[in-house]
Design a binder for this molecule. Sequence first.
Ligand SMILES: [Zn+2]
Length: 384
Amino acid sequence: MLKETEAILADLISFPTVSSDSNLDMMAWMANWLEHHGAKVELFADASGAKANMFATIGPDVPGGVVLSGHSDVVPVTDQLWHSNPFHLTERDDLLLGRGACDMKGFIAAAIAMADPLSKTPLKRPVHLCFTHDEEVGCMGARALVPELERRGYAPRMAIVGEPTDMKIIEGHKGCCEYTCRFHGLEGHGSAPERGVNAVEYAVRYVTRLMSLAEQLKTRVPANSRFDPPWTTVNVGRLHGGVAHNVIPGLAEVDWEMRPVQSGDAQFVKDALEAYVETELLPAMRKVNPEARVETQVIGEVAGLEPMSDNAARDLVAQLTGDATCGVVPFSTEGGLFQEMGMSVVICGPGSIAQAHKPDEFVSRQQLSQCLTMLEGIGRSVAA
Ligand SMILES: [Zn+2]
């Protein structure tokens, strides 16, 4: 199996699926391979037509079963010093080098290699392979795919997200939500503030409200939170507006983010802000300019993966890897989206996050074979 996995990994790495570029060639290659090895494959194109998600099924078309999840995109190699061609699998000792080797084509290659033995085994429950686009730029692919899967009635029981964790079990991470808020007021002469709507002043009031919500979030820490810090955080990253001392600014912008530790926190902040804008800011702005408005643009909303006491995916992987220690990580994954779909979710994959996004990214043969051992166990768990 390891040889097969390495051969597949070499092919996957040869597709330069940087997030900004198309992943269609790699998707077509994988679809072809999987269909020849007994999987039912569905591709979901994005609006541009240049990207696709894949959802493949091995085994019976029934609810339950396991999703093996990976993203097809990789980060760029621009300005990185590589000692070999990043889009050509290179061996060094027992390491396999190439862009995406650990993040996360190594896991995808292992999952694809499993299709052949799995399709020859009678299965009671399906194994789904879920490969997405644009994870590295805000989980765009998975966010589009989840509603499609729900519409089709898919209800897998658990998901294993193969992000590089050195094959250790990760059961939680914070979410990441990013917003740009634009305040459209009314320009005017600085000598007559009451005749304009000062967008900067309203942006500052908004930020002040946001900061008081950030303080309130510290009182909403979930019991036994293992995150650092343990609460949902808010950061105001950019505040921009105005042109000169004596001009009332008509436009201001605030870029901010929050990292929720529990799903309710993001909604709590959004509801509170919306109420503040509707009942306080807008009425005051519109007294002077009925056209004044506040627009909030969602840049990305990646759900966190909330650690659960009841987690079948974690328990199964712990049993298969023989390692029951479970951690949380600071980076976000597609796992939270699967959790929102009702699945139990664990993050566990070959290679280390320390190599991800770096030059000379690699995955070791030892990690790949540990991953294959886990996937063989997953296969046994759904066998008839
Ligand atoms: Zn990744």
